[in-house]
Design a protein around this ligand. Structure first.
Ligand code: 4AD
Ligand code: MG
Length: 445
């Protein structure tokens, strides 16, 4: 049985089976109890319409004066937003309902009142809503985004599990910088200094040499001073890493992966995407192959479009959006100048000024969702690169061991969960895609 009957009946409030709104269709015509909160209510002389949400969905509960004792009708009259309650009644089909059913109420039991709930159906500013994030999560759009996030994460895990990647959990406290030193969070670690991880990649590389294919999945941290709609200081990243893999194979996995995650989420999240008013045709179009362009050609293209870009510049949000404009699928930009990429990237043997790296840019202006590429596998070259990036050699000795003992070509990438969820949901700002966002300006709630 899928319902948590025994758990929910601990209070012995009812003898009717306690069911969830999400599975209401299994109980058509039956008498059931629902446990939840008042989402909204409207009344006329003889009727109260209570929108009850229980976390799995929202259902209209109809209290007709002729169906219930006067005390129950009166209790329904006084129900305020977010009052917690058990409602008992009969499930009946209703064509006008978004979920196809409503409840004909016979009894109501209030658990706890809710007085002056701050988030009302009227419009509120984002700062106010973010201050009340712990409550805002109950609202239908925020709830829908988190349901999509849940499915995105499940799809990610399934994709790698089905393809024999071993999960490798990387540490959060680290001795080294992975993605440059400008946005490191430093913290005291007893007598030493530690940094909050910017990426699990270096540990993923150790894992790839032990397991062949691994996937690291966890929170990552960057002291981002930029206040953009794409940057958080704490975000989740999934990072596959593969031994005996080059850039071409890496890009093939990235594109298969993104297609899978989008299509599976689309298949399973239609009701949520409807609440979010997402144009589903945009997601249906996310099928392989994805277009590819080299950095060299991307610069020429941008210059042709009249943008002020020189070879050697990194691309920002504006350049990415311009390059992806008019495309219905993500764009993969590969072979960036080595000088603007991380120390661990392998140089292109055909042109050492280039790094064998790739960024994947989502369509519709959602920006970079993936960064990755082939890793430097030669010991001497890697030592030189660490020095050239002004990084201390000592904390990288363990990482250099991976090149001392049976080094092989290897590659991987990292996908940002929040940007991916934002793109799939059509939510432009990443702060709404994580339950409790952390940005330069926000540490609460
Ligand atoms: O491009 P990035 O910095 O790549 C890495 O960290 C590599 N070590 C990954 C690897 O090869 N294993 O970050 C990867 C992705 C970005 O494409 C973006 O989606 C996301 O992580 N990301 C952020 N998301 C939200 N807020 C931020 N501040 C982010 N920084 C990166
Ligand atoms: Mg990047």
């Amino acid at each position: 049985m899928n319902e948590l009957n025994s758990l929910n009946n601990l209070n012995n409030l009812t003898t009717d089976p306690v069911v969830s709104v999400g599975r209401i269709a299994d109980h058509d015509g039956k008498r059931v109890s629902l446990k939840g909160w008042v989402y909204n209510k409207r009344s006329s002389k003889k009727l109260h319409f209570i929108q009850l949400r229980d976390g799995t969905g929202t259902i209209q509960c109809v209290v007709f004066v002729g169906d219930v004792p006067p005390a129950v009708f009166e209790a329904a009259e006084g129900l305020t937003q977010e009052t917690s309650l058990t409602v008992t009644g009969t499930v009946r089909k209703d064509e006008r309902s978004p979920i196809g059913f409503e409840l004909g109420v016979s009894g109501i039991e209030v658990h706890a009142p809710s007085v002056d709930y701050p988030i009302t159906p009227k419009e509120h500013g984002t700062a106010f809503l973010m201050d009340n994030r712990h409550l805002w999560l109950r609202s239908s759009k925020q709830h829908a985004i988190q349901k999509v996030r849940n499915e995105v994460v499940m799809a990610i895990r399934q994709f790698f599990y089905d393809r024999d990647f071993n999960l490798l959990d990387a540490p959060i406290f680290t001795p080294n910088a992975c993605e440059g030193t400008t946005n490191l969070f430093e913290t005291a670690y007893f007598e030493q200094k530690a940094y909050l991880t910017q990426s699990g990649q270096l540990y993923g590389e150790a894992g790839a040499m032990a397991f062949g294919k691994v996937v690291v999945f966890g929170p990552t941290f960057r002291a981002e001073k930029s206040k953009t709609r794409r940057h958080l200081t704490e975000f989740w990243m999934v990072e596959p890493e593969m031994a005996y893999c080059d850039l071409e194979q890496d890009m093939a996995v990235a594109e298969e992966f993104v297609e899978y995650v989008v299509q599976r989420t689309l298949e399973r999240c239609k009701p949520q995407l409807k609440i979010l008013e997402r144009d589903l045709s945009k997601l249906e179009a996310i099928k392989r192959p994805f277009p590819r362009i080299t950095y060299d050609d991307a610069v020429k293209k941008l210059q042709g479009l009249g943008m002020d870009v020189k070879w050697g510049d990194d691309f920002g949000g504006d350049e990415e959006t311009k390059l992806a404009e008019g495309l219905d699928r993500p764009l993969m930009i590969h072979r960036y100048p080595a000088a603007i990429k991380a120390f661990y990237m392998k140089n292109d043997p055909e042109n050492p000024k280039l790094a064998l790296g790739v960024d994947m840019i989502a369509p519709e202006g959602y920006g970079e969702i993936i960064g990755g590429g082939q890793r430097e596998d030669d010991y001497e070259t890697l030592v030189a690169k660490i020095k050239a990036h002004d990084l201390p050699l000592e904390p990288f000795q363990w990482y250099l061991d991976l090149r001392r003992y049976g080094s092989v070509p290897h590659a991987g990438f990292g996908l940002g969960i929040e940007r991916t969820v934002g793109w799939i949901c059509g939510t432009p700002h990443v702060r709404e895609t994580i339950p409790f966002p952390r940005t330069m300006a926000r540490l609460n709630p």
